[in-house]
Design a protein around this ligand. Structure first.
Ligand code: NOJ
Length: 572
């Protein structure tokens, strides 16, 4: 194989056996925040026809699937994660015909489509809830988690059933005068929690899921799936008394969440859900572990074709030792039928180049160099990578003054002085800059959020064709990964674990790669191990500093790694 440059492999069609039913394990998923990829009607908000228009970019990038954050009708209080109808498309984004066109176009290019299912809660505007809150009797009466008060307080007001708290601040219970009962909500008051113990709720949700599968959807991301079940008796969560163990600001983070998530009933539910999804072959799912306990908490809920976001990688700081530890935890945890996810950014967290540059460990790193080195960690490690739109051009956060925040939970957390972790998620949701011109090729109108400040120069058109760009790095690494089973399904083992360099080996069926990242902004000597083959040197397959480097590297032998240089090597 020759050194990989910006050239990229032709896309496969969905039916192509190369990435058959196990594409969820071999492939790479690209997350689109629909409001921010491409606007086609000038309202400043991205839409489905816009996503369809940009599918060629995704095909040329070399990803395998596109995950759409919620596209359903929503009052927008949690910017789409408060769903008013799970079976329809929000008119802001287009029509069901636009959705069908998107799926057909994606499939024609070999791209799968994954929908974001928000099934822990609905919007309070969902018909199920407007019916349910009306009275204690009726078809929808028990579709949400309703409870009588536990008593009255000193002023005679009803007291919530237990001590549970909302993740977004305040109690997890809100009083409904019409029923004279409380309803539960882990998130906003306007996001009432569904009662998954009701067979009618289960049936309605499975019907909705089948409906999307019938439309050709290839998989689902499950929002906060480990919160679907609460303990049937709703006991109090024990308080965490030691402030050193508080895991955030606010009452939610001062409790052990023993009873409001991670309940054993989830296992049966997952089996039932997977059986429905498995009615069609090759469909994948990934569950978001909410407020979880990392890899340990995720493992019991990982199954073939069902992954879990444990967020280990998104929470790892920019340090060779920390990455080595993260990979060790993942490699040792996800064995047998289980398989890890790799995530550096999403719609809830600061984008990686912003977050990692501001980290405790090193500050002020070069944005492009950091983006490329991080790309090697993401795309050459063991697991299924999930890329967040804009990551492929090294996009950072948009600067949004506190007074201009759009994200309601972030505004609420600001008012309640709970300024973490729901701080200004708008920053990572800025529109995609396609060109350097007015509206950045994203919109002809006023964008709903500001672009990143450097979008005049950091945009897709500006990087396209430049072999040294972040975009070329992503294309090259995705092509190399696609062509190399060792990089997608291979075993992984550490070779160097810091303090400056983290290096690891990938291997499958005789194919071997050595990957190394210099985490420092200094030149650093690194000793390359032998290749395992008598007299064989290392051949550079990818070098983040010099993408056209071809000279062999000694094996064993010392190599001077340049600041933030990342290498992918193969025995010659
Ligand atoms: C997790 C989602 O990622 C986040 O954006 C949302 O606010 C909460 N779930 C509630 O749905």
């Amino acid at each position: 194989m020759s050194a990989v440059t910006a050239a990229h492999a032709p896309a496969l069609t969905v039916a192509d056996p190369t990435f058959g039913d196990d594409w969820w394990q071999r492939g790479v998923v690209y997350q689109v925040y629909p409001r921010s990829l491409q606007d086609t009607d000038g309202d400043g908000v991205g839409d489905l026809p816009g996503i369809t228009r940009r599918l060629e970019h995704l095909r040329d990038l070399g990803v395998d699937a596109v995950w759409l954050s919620p596209i359903y009708p929503s009052p927008g209080l949690d910017v789409g994660y408060d769903v008013a109808d799970h079976s329809a498309v929000d008119p802001t984004y287009g029509t069901m015909a636009d959705f069908d066109a998107l799926v057909a176009a994606a499939h024609g290019m070999g791209l799968r489509v994954i929908l974001d299912l928000v099934m822990n809660h609905t919007s309070d505007q969902h018909r199920w809830f407007t019916e349910s809150r009306r009275s204690r009797t009726g078809e929808y009466a028990d579709w949400y988690i309703w409870r009588d008060p536990s008593g009255v307080d000193r002023r005679g007001r009803p007291r919530p059933p237990n001590d549970w708290q909302s993740f977004f601040g305040g109690p997890a219970w809100t009083w409904e005068p019409a029923r004279e009962q409380f309803y539960m909500h882990t998130f906003l008051v306007q996001q009432p929690e569904l009662n998954w113990r009701s067979p009618a709720v289960r049936d309605a949700q499975m019907t909705m899921i089948r409906g999307w599968l019938d439309r050709g959807v290839d998989g689902f991301r499950l929002d906060v799936f480990n919160a679907f079940f609460k303990h049937a008796d709703l006991p109090d969560n024990p308080p965490i008394r030691d402030p050193r163990r508080w895991h955030g600001r606010g009452a939610y983070f001062r409790q052990e969440h023993l009873y409001d998530k991670d309940q054993p009933e989830l296992h049966d539910w997952l089996r039932e859900f997977r059986a429905v999804v498995d009615e069609r072959p090759g469909r994948m799912t990934v569950g978001e572990q909410f407020s979880g306990t990392g890899v340990t908490g995720a493992l019991p809920f990982v199954e073939p074709r069902h992954l879990v976001f444990d967020f280990r990688t998104i929470e790892t700081p920019w340090s060779a030792a920390a990455w080595a530890e993260s990979q060790r935890v993942q490699d040792q945890g996800y064995v047998g039928d289980t398989w890890p996810t790799l995530v550096l950014s999403n719609h809830d967290r600061s984008r990686q180049v912003t977050r990692l540059r501001e980290g405790r460990h090193v500050r002020g790193l070069d944005q492009d160099a950091l983006a490329k080195a991080a790309a090697v960690l993401l795309l050459a490690s063991r697991g299924t990578p999930f890329l967040y739109y804009g990551e492929e051009i090294g996009l950072g956060d948009s600067a949004i003054p506190r007074r201009d925040i759009v994200d309601p939970p972030a505004r609420q957390s600001l008012l309640q002085r709970l300024w973490a972790p729901w701080w200004n998620r708008d920053q990572c949701r800025g529109p995609m800059p396609w060109t350097g011109g007015t509206g950045r090729g994203f919109t002809t109108g006023r964008p709903w959020l500001p672009f990143a400040s450097d979008s005049g120069t950091r945009n897709v058109a500006g990087q396209d064709g430049d072999p040294r760009s972040v975009l070329a790095t992503y294309r090259a690494l995705l092509a190399l990964r696609r062509a190399s089973p060792a990089l997608h399904v291979g075993a992984s083992a550490p070779v160097a674990e810091g303090p400056d360099v983290y290096a690891w080996r990938r291997e499958h069926d005789g194919e071997v790669f050595l990957c190394a990242v210099n985490f420092t902004d200094r030149e650093t000597a690194f000793t390359l191990p032998g290749t395992g083959g008598e007299g064989r040197a290392w051949q550079v397959r990818y070098d983040s500093v010099d993408p056209v480097r071809t000279e062999p590297l000694p094996a064993p032998g010392s190599v001077a790694m340049r600041p933030l240089e990342a290498l992918v090597l193969e025995p010659r």
